[in-house]
Design a protein around this ligand. Sequence first.
Ligand SMILES: Nc1nc2c(ncn2[C@@H]2O[C@H](COP(=O)(O)OP(=O)(O)O)[C@@H](O)[C@H]2O)c(=O)[nH]1
Ligand SMILES: [Mg+2]
Ligand SMILES: [Zn+2]
Length: 324
Amino acid sequence: MGTINLQDLKNGLVLRSTGSWYTVIGDDGEKYECRIKGNLKMKDLKTTNPVAVGDRVDFEFLEKDSKDRQSPVGLIYAIHERKNYIIRKSQNLSKQAHIIAANIDQAFLVITINYPVTTTTFIDRFLASAEAYRIPVVLVFNKTDKYDGEQMLQLDKLTTLYRTIGYTCLHTSALHNTGLHDLKSMMKGKISVLNGHSGVGKSTLVNKLEPGLNLKTNEISESHERGKHTTTFSELYELSFGGYIIDTPGIKAYGMLEMEPWEISHYFREIFIISSRCQYNNCSHTHEPGCAVKEAVKKEEVATSRYLSYLGLLETDQKYRPAY
Ligand SMILES: Nc1nc2c(ncn2[C@@H]2O[C@H](COP(=O)(O)OP(=O)(O)O)[C@@H](O)[C@H]2O)c(=O)[nH]1
Ligand SMILES: [Mg+2]
Ligand SMILES: [Zn+2]
């Protein structure tokens, strides 16, 4: 390869990886099939993949090698610093982690009140892990066409709760095409990931916004897929109206890797704010006298459901929680 002038390197975004080849869209709008320069792999030994979808990279265009390939070929020289990333621990005990995606602008947590049930515990765990990963979350309550009176009340209650804390909430029905305009405008120009239980309508929502993607809907068994030792690669899908959607097979929540117990309250926004009034600096908000958080729960300034989610996370042994 010899030497290379740095000004000859192109800048691009990794859309897809198959393990050894990476599809990179250059700032010129052209797609390149890239390999990684050998010594780059050595940099970060803790992850199984040195380059992830969503990475911004510098790459060299290799005209010579492209004759038997459809797309132009390139060589990745450098990865730009990541603003965030989500990882999954390897199945084996090697302590290695797989980077699912990097540089995510926002996550949409798709929730259904009853079809299937999404619990506040699930929502709060997801929100806390996303806070830890510095990924903004929008809550999307889908299938509103199916809700009866009681479920509508629950929808209102949860929407008020999470808006008060500071999260944006959308109400959608992919079936009736309601709320889709807002969802679309929030996705425009951004890299978004959709999370939520299987069956809540993630693929249906994306297909409504971008019919050309034709994502499979109504998948029966994600757990079956996960059980098989097939490597699942995530992918960035281009949106025709601008932006990208990350399809992450089987990822429902982000792992709470490396989270210390004292950190957990930092990821519950309203609890964190109130905790500055606690008597002790290292208050766990469980048994301490003069705990402002417990007082706020009593006065219903902090929702009981949130406090219970916080306690649940405290109790779970962080180290052994699976990363998905
Ligand atoms: N009634 C109703 N059904 C929906 C809605 N959105 C999705 N569905 C249905 O819910 C099922 C699961 O949807 P899917 O997109 O595969 O969910 P995913 O697992 O989150 O990707 C499918 O049968 C969809 O047709 C909605 O807004 N209303
Ligand atoms: Mg799906
Ligand atoms: Zn406290």
